[in-house]
Design a protein around this ligand. Sequence first.
Ligand code: ADP
Length: 748
Amino acid sequence: MSADLCEAEQIQSPGCIQPPFALYCMHPATLETLAATTNVGEVLPDGKLPDAALDRLKRYAVEGEGETGIEFMLGEEAVAFAHLKDNVLLVEVEKLCPEDRIYCHGGFELQVAISALSDILTLEEAAGLAADAIRKLTGMERVLIYRFDRYANGDVVAESKTPDWAESFDGFSFPSADIPTQARSLYLTSPARFTACRDYEPIEIRPALNPLTGKPFDIGRCRSRSLSPIHRRYQENLGIDGAFSLSIVTQGRLWGLVVGHHRRPHRVPIPARQQAVALTGALAVSISAMEVVEERIGHERDHIIHGQLLEQIATAGDFLPLLVGGQTKLTDLFFGSIGAAVGSWTENDDDGQLTIQTVGFVPEERAIFDLIRCCREHMINGLFATDCIAKLAPEFISHAQIASGVLAITIGQPTNQIILWFLPEVIGTRVWGGATPEQVKKAKSDGDYLPRRSFERWAEEKRGYSRPWLGRELELGRALQRTLNNVILVQKGAIHTLEGRVAEKTRAIETYARSVESSNQNLEQFAWIASHDLREPLRMISSYLSLIERRYHGLFDTEAREFFGFAREGAKRLDAMILDLLEFSRIGREDKDLAPVPLADVIAEVMDNLAVATAESGAEIRIDAEMPVVFGGYGELVRLFQNLLGNAIKYRHPDRSPVVRVSCRPRLDEWEIAVADNGIGIEESHFDRIFRVFQRLHTREKYDGTGIGLSISKKIVEHHGGRLWVESEFGNGTTFLFTIPIRQMGPG
Ligand code: ADP
């Protein structure tokens, strides 16, 4: 069997299904049967769908209840699953067996497992618990949980099996080629498949081609879709008869699979299948919660170290020695990086003399020279990263212990500096089930691969690899590159003299430090914890709401649907508030590399963003003064003007056409900028309150909003060394005023 044949197999339209199902392919408008499997007469009396079922299908096909499809009982005897695909209504029918009716255990098992999952901290524990519970629910002899790595190889992260089955795949990895690409994409759209018996007689669809299109029916999402012959032989070689696979989907991607194996035929009762699917959903939710928390914590750590590194160099004329010898060093930036090097060429001369400064454990100088050359050859936009440098240059294997992984960024314009970070080797043994991906590749090219016959343990020792660089670390490398380039640009006198710039930087950082100190630390902490900790259970609630909706939507009456809508709306709103809090807690943390910002540009961008609201309200925005260039963070200033101008339009007076005026005047050593509107105004007794987090003066029905905009604005202004206040006459318009220090730059 050639590998290409395997990849080319049309598994979504095999033309047949597995027993005991029957399948109707119907016209969605007329419900005319375009084709059906040859066994419909055995599954339903006369092979006909009852009238009540036709009514249900019509409602689904006409009203369209989403992509997911519907599931409903056909009297007491059978259950039907229906979904639309390519303008064909596919209706699968399965006759109930006695065990489907008497099956009453499992509900408790499911509850216990789901509540235990919410207390669990590690992936291994969660997967182990889910594997055990799913095995109990389904009665399978072995349940495996796989996670796909970045190359789509499947690592077994949990196994639960009957003690009398000696063969264990615990800790094994299976090469990506075991699952052809098209099967992998089907796992996303068709997340559950149960096969009671491997050697069934496939049941054909007649006619095989859709009479309206002349094409075979796409039954990729049918639960009863017949297994591909290659897959069946693969199962046979594995010694499995009854089987199932459930997709673990997190944030829209196929994270892994829960797979069930039985050495003899084994039909899982329908209620147990539903419970196994629900538990897999719960597992996916808790995995994604763990991933998100890990990512957030990592992000926060990155920002803190990045900030410390920059604060340290901001006041230095020559920052290179500080990167390797300061209190915060390059090696602190990435977890596990034990050495770093900075290479510098003579100014403006790429081929000039190269000097190197290092910190921590690094290869000898000659090797660093070679590494720099190698990295520069492979850079994309000034960045290069690998977890195995020896793959590019085999001689580097001799430095693998300290420099297996390398991340490099170039800086300077033209480039005359390069920074390298090294990650040490992580010696790992990977146990492959049967063959390594390289061996599979070779077997494929020899035309002798699938289905595999052997699943023997095949240990492979991995040498010369570090842990992989994470996506967020590469982003951090880029951010550092941008900042250092800015610093270099400024130091060259492009905007200021070096001294002026240093003084500016120092003052900006001092002001920033003051503002951070004076801001409400408790609130900051709460904001951070809230955005971290509240979002996870919230995400869980949202996921369960979708799960319930998908599964029980058919049972909802109008009232239940309305209640459900409220619950979803509430969850969405809470999520928006938490995101706002997160943004609030971040002000000043990220945008520390302040730069000259023309306020005219900021206002132009904000007016662009508000174009729809301006047009809808008929508002007129007048800029009454030439706007200055200030020293600040562009993104934060955009947010500030967006809040003030957005509010000025939003809180307009019902009887007047809105006019907003932006003006600016110098006062001593600061600019005073005013945003004045002719809107509803604010009572003086509320002047303080509106700047507090989540404080609003109106109901959401009247004016939409979360009440954090002005708190964020205040924090931004303070971060820039200024003050923000309000003046207003209730019923007669409001003016928000803020100050921002005048640096050496004059008006635009
Ligand atoms: P929101 O999301 O509610 O707009 P903000 O923090 O932006 O939150 O504002 C807090 C409250 O201050 C608003 O709910 C509103 O009552 C009041 N407010 C803000 N800007 C104006 C304005 N230009 N005119 C009148 N009231 C305003």
